[in-house]
Design a protein. Structure first.
Length: 83
């Protein structure tokens, strides 16, 4: 489903009723807006920001040994504290 909307003078976007119904958004409900490259992703806001942000920027950690990274990072803290 694709719908074209145009931002208003105050940079607001009104969501058409058809979209509100399809996504089960309530008029007074907060909607989470995430920026993903050149896209805006709208989703229902849950009580947990951790859950909403899980996996965001996961590509940063591709091909990184996280255990090794943490060991080096913690060692740098210790080295800095000793100086």
């Amino acid at each position: 489903m694709s719908i074209i909307v145009r931002p208003g003078r105050e940079h607001t976007i009104a969501l058409p009723e058809e979209l509100m119904l399809k996504m089960h958004f309530a008029a007074d409900e907060e909607i989470l807006v995430q920026v993903e490259e050149d896209r805006l992703v709208l989703s229902k806001k849950t009580g947990s920001y951790t859950e909403n942000l899980r996996g965001l920027h996961k590509e940063v950690w591709e091909n990184v040994d996280t255990e090794d990274f943490l060991k080096k990072e913690r060692q740098s803290w210790n080295d800095h504290a000793e100086n």
